[in-house]
Design a protein around this ligand. Structure first.
Ligand SMILES: Nc1ncnc2c1ncn2[C@@H]1O[C@H](COP(=O)(O)OP(=O)(O)OP(=O)(O)O)[C@@H](O)[C@H]1O
Ligand SMILES: Nc1ncnc2c1ncn2[C@@H]1O[C@H](COP(=O)(O)OP(=O)(O)OP(=O)(O)O)[C@@H](O)[C@H]1O
Ligand SMILES: [Mg+2]
Ligand SMILES: [Mg+2]
Lengths: 228, 228
């Protein structure tokens, strides 16, 4: 599903350059449940942004389903992200003027998977209930706690059932019981739909669930381990 | 230092009301190192906002140093927050157009504790180095990782050496090594300057450091424990 070869990402120009990723080689197959972990500032978010085609590498190649994202047009990338990739951002990125329900519905609408209106409503309500937000669907982000906003971000990525979900520290603001509920939903999607999950995390519980462990330090993968 | 009696906080009006805090009684003495913990949505941020005079209770009284915050004018409250209270927000609230250095310096400037310019510069650089951001002081928030932004928020609250620091999930986006470094800085401030710390957290490491444990569930304190 994903092939990264000698990937580099440099921020800034001229004198002040930050080498966020310094030569990453990585292959991830469909259906994997992988997590990237490592110190703050080590490059996890940068890596996920490249995998999710939110950004382009400054060196090396990133291929999703055999397509090199560095060669794709803006429209092709946008279409890929809308339909096939669900992204849970480290800072949620919810739309402030929309309710939790509308934020999730919007993601499903733009994924254009042509379902009936009733089916769409059902899917949106179902995922929001499953992350424990059933009775606050109509609230806007500024009327929700930190962990509730995080769960709206989770619901929004999961509702369109994409092939690949990239979750950047999805449990950072959740208590352990809620974290477990969220991880169980994701594990079930992985088993039933073969959805590929790539997490970045500091949370030992997420690492517990992962079957592929990728340690990153100073922009390089220092350890790559599979386990059952 | 802090007295809360029968404190209630209700969001919303008319039909749709959310009882975020339902009668909280709490006393915290100067020099305590306390943490509030509990499920997502249980009322931690709401509680900290009331203690920090960022919001007023809808019922009951909140007294800081004997002054009832419900009776204070806007100016008096603003003065109190600027000088005596350091707040680390769950979503950081950094000023986007200022660098990390300027964000921290700004907090020290408005605290008006009348230090020489050199002393101020020294304090700002010192706290930023201690949280590991020494070589990225000149970057703006959008050039920093999630955990780096969180540490700027920490530095900004600590630099003015206030009597009370309220930290809303200050380690949520930090790896364990960095979390420990931040907690050690806070513990040292607590011992050397008798700074009072009240945390809200989901992180077991923060709970490990706390000498006062306050469990909150559905807007009420369900457990209140002191230990050495
Ligand atoms: N402006 C608002 N309008 C309505 N309800 C609100 C508002 N702000 C917060 N709430 C609700 O009040 C309750 C307490 O929120 P609070 O932010 O204090 O929770 P928390 O314990 O900090 O949660 P977390 O661990 O997820 O950060 C939640 O159910 C939340 O949805
Ligand atoms: N726009 C930018 N300009 C300059 N440097 C940047 C920029 N964005 C990120 N960086 C730097 O690139 C490095 C990697 O950042 P990244 O956000 O990927 O880290 P991370 O592993 O996600 O950290 P955290 O665990 O704190 O979220 C960091 O040192 C960061 O400061
Ligand atoms: Mg990150
Ligand atoms: Mg909160």
């Amino acid at each position: 599903l994903l092939e990264m070869e000698r990937v580099e990402k440099i921020y800034g120009q001229g004198e002040v350059q930050v080498l966020a990723l310094r030569g990453v080689d990585l292959e991830i197959e469909e259906g994997e449940f992988a997590t990237v972990f490592g110190p703050s500032g080590s490059g996890k978010t940068t890596l996920l942004n490249l995998i999710g085609a939110l950004d382009k590498p400054t060196g090396g190649t990133v291929k999703l389903n055999g397509c090199e994202i560095g060669q794709m047009s803006k429209n092709e990338l946008a279409g890929l992200r809308r339909k096939d990739i669900g992204f849970i951002f480290q800072s949620y990125n919810l739309i402030p003027v929309l309710s939790a329900y509308e934020n999730v519905e919007f993601a499903l609408t733009i994924a254009r998977k042509d379902r009936s209106r009733e089916k769409k409503t059902q899917k949106v309500k179902d995922i929001l209930r499953r992350v424990g937000l059933g009775d606050m669907m109509h609230r806007r982000p500024n009327q929700l706690s930190g962990g509730q906003k995080q769960r709206v971000a989770v619901a929004r990525a999961l509702v369109k059932e994409p092939r690949l979900i990239l979750a950047d520290e999805p449990t950072a603001n959740l208590d352990s019981e809620t974290s477990r509920e969220v991880l169980e939903i994701m594990l079930r999607m992985n088993r039933e739909l073969n959805t590929t999950f790539i997490f970045s995390t500091h949370d030992p519980m997420v690492m517990e669930y992962a079957r592929r462990l990728l340690e990153i330090r100073d922009g390089m993968i220092s350890r790559d381990e599979r386990r059952s």
